[in-house]
Design a protein around this ligand. Structure first.
Ligand code: ZN
Ligand code: ZN
Length: 300
């Protein structure tokens, strides 16, 4: 048995959200209040990611003043440029940007802007693909993206388009090693915070260590359930988790193997040859309230 890389990594898990807005773009609360809101809710870290657009003065909000003992921040933004296959403005999440990241020139495309974020050292993710029907063709134009949102709480609760699984599973089937990210994308105009977050395994609750762990895929995503361990064997996978009614391994195309029973905290799922031939497996845990946790994909 081999521990899943996210769990084998040294350190401990830190709870954080890497997609949030404030009054520096279209959010309802000021940056200090947003940071305090997450800190008081027990989060270890936050990336405030206001919309990096001319109408908001291209904000990279300096959240360093609101770091405290036990709570840190990573600087970032949600950046925008033309245009997806459907003619929509790109939304690109960039976590770990420098304060002096240059404004987006009018001629810059989404993929060019994403590359500039990557070159600046950011963890780059494609947020809320379901919200604007982002396609695999679009995703292929940003080959360096580290992750895609599996769950965006604001898109889910406002318009029932919070799910990113369809795009992620297409990309994984193409062999693309993209990770799964849950965020809440809170704007605080309504009760939209705390619906999805990350558990990042890192050596310290410090921006550099967290950023490295994000880029390495040393995290899982959740709406509440906890994944405590995943061990991959030759022909089975073992999952330890908070009480779950479904624990499943999902692979290429239709490949899947669930264990369905109330209150499961340790599950061993067989990995059939067909699953292994598919190239990857990812774990989903669902509790009796329907809340989910998602691992990143493991490559056999
Ligand atoms: Zn967005
Ligand atoms: Zn957003």
């Amino acid at each position: 048995m081999r521990a899943d890389p996210a769990f084998a990594a040294p350190g401990r898990f830190f709870k954080g959200n890497v997609h949030t807005h404030s009054t520096r773009s279209d959010g309802a609360r000021g940056p200090a209040e947003v940071c305090a809101t997450y800190r008081e809710a027990g989060y270890d870290f936050l990336a405030l990611t206001d919309h990096f657009q001319a109408k908001f003065g291209f904000p990279i909000v300096d959240t360093r003043p609101w770091r405290t003992e036990g709570f840190t921040t990573i600087l970032g933004a949600e950046v925008h440029a033309p245009a997806t296959a459907l003619g929509e403005t790109w939304h690109i999440l960039a976590v770990g940007l420098p304060l002096d990241f240059a404004p987006t020139p009018e001629a810059e495309s989404g993929p060019q802007l994403a590359q500039r974020c990557l070159d600046a050292g950011a963890f780059v993710a494609l947020p809320h693909p379901g919200w604007y029907a982002l396609s695999t063709t679009d995703a292929a134009t940003i080959p360096g993206a580290h992750a895609v949102e599996i769950y965006n709480h604001t898109s889910a609760t406002r318009i029932d388009r919070g799910d990113g699984a369809y795009l992620i599973d297409q990309l994984l089937a193409e062999g693309r090693r993209v990770n799964l990210l849950a965020t809440d994308d809170a704007h605080f105009h309504s009760d939209d915070a705390f619906g999805g977050w990350l558990m990042v395994k890192a050596g310290a609750n410090e921006p550099g260590a967290l950023l490295a762990a994000l880029k390495a895929g040393h995290f899982y995503s959740t709406q509440g359930p906890m994944i405590e361990a995943i061990h991959w064997g030759e022909d089975s996978v073992e999952v330890h988790c908070s009480p779950a009614s479904t624990v499943a391994v999902l692979g290429r195309g239709s490949r899947s193997m669930p264990a369905i029973a109330p209150g499961q905290t340790r599950v061993v799922l067989p990995l059939a040859p067909r699953m292994l031939e598919g190239g990857f497996g990812r774990i989903v845990v669902v509790d009796e309230a329907g809340k989910k946790a998602w691992s990143n994909a493991y490559w056999f």
